[in-house]
Design a protein around this ligand. Structure first.
Ligand code: ADP
Ligand code: AMP
Length: 210
């Protein structure tokens, strides 16, 4: 099973990808998480990536496409994978075709822009694993700590209002036009109302998968 999750930043892709990963035992590939890991490095590439992340802009296609293709060629992707955060524009979508990667299912998590600020400002993540929580809507068992490791959760530096604004602008200009690309393609494409609680969204996703 090869699944793409699409949707505005904050729509709940990472939250649902984590649940699908556990249920289906397929790899959860988040390009945002990969890039946050790369950006921690002092290397030239790490520093460069960090500038894009902090400004809310997309990392250039030539960098991210190579990273993604390398990531999904790893053994843990043999049984399938969920892509969260990739593709983000039509060029990236085409790159999957060019690399001969077939996709079984595209699920678009639809949400209103008005809900995004609440979701992102309350988001807390466990950086090493990418696990995502929300202080109100999806709280960890212990305040500020990851459920599995007990390690600290962080507030993403790009979840600040000014950067969120930029990320939404990038989404509307570059990512949203890609929905038509998949809608018009001979591929299973489903739209889900992602404004509902996590559990309801998960149930809808599994109805589609099953
Ligand atoms: P994305 O990966 O699409 O950017 P996340 O999965 O990280 O989004 O979710 C953004 C924030 O919203 C997180 O704090 C998460 O806990 C919370 N969240 C995710 N899904 C829902 C939902 N259905 N209802 C309320 N909050 C949600
Ligand atoms: P995300 O974790 O999906 O919200 O992504 C965080 C940031 O990582 C984005 O704002 C971009 O700067 C970068 N990023 C993630 N995925 C991609 C991608 N497919 N192409 C370019 N940049 C990306």
């Amino acid at each position: 099973m090869r699944i793409i999750l699409l949707g505005m930043p904050g729509a709940g892709k990472g939250t649902q990808a984590q649940i699908i990963e556990e249920e289906l035992a397929i790899a959860n590939v988040s390009t945002g998480a990969i890039l946050r890991e790369v950006s921690k490095s002092k290397s030239e590439l790490g520093q460069k990536v960090q500038i894009y992340l902090n400004s809310g802009q997309l990392v250039p296609d030539e960098i991210i496409i190579e990273m993604l293709v390398e990531r999904i060629s790893k053994d843990d992707c043999n049984n399938g994978f969920i892509l969260d955060g990739f593709p983000r524009n039509i060029e990236q979508a085409k790159s999957l075709d060019q690399a001969g990667v077939s996709i079984d299912l595209v699920i678009y998590l639809k949400i209103l822009e008005e809900q995004i600020i609440d979701r992102m400002s309350g988001r807390r993540i466990h950086l090493p694993s990418g696990r995502s929580y929300h202080i109100t809507f999806n709280p960890p068992k212990v305040d500020g700590k990851d459920d599995l490791t007990g390690e600290d959760l962080i507030h993403r530096s790009d979840d600040e209002p000014e950067v969120i604004k930029k990320r939404l602008e990038v989404y509307f200009n570059e990512t949203e036009p890609m929905l038509d690309f998949y809608n018009n393609k001979d591929i299973k494409f489903y739209e889900i109302d992602a404004s509902e609680p996590v559990k309801t969204v998960t149930e809808k996703i599994f109805k589609i998968i099953n």
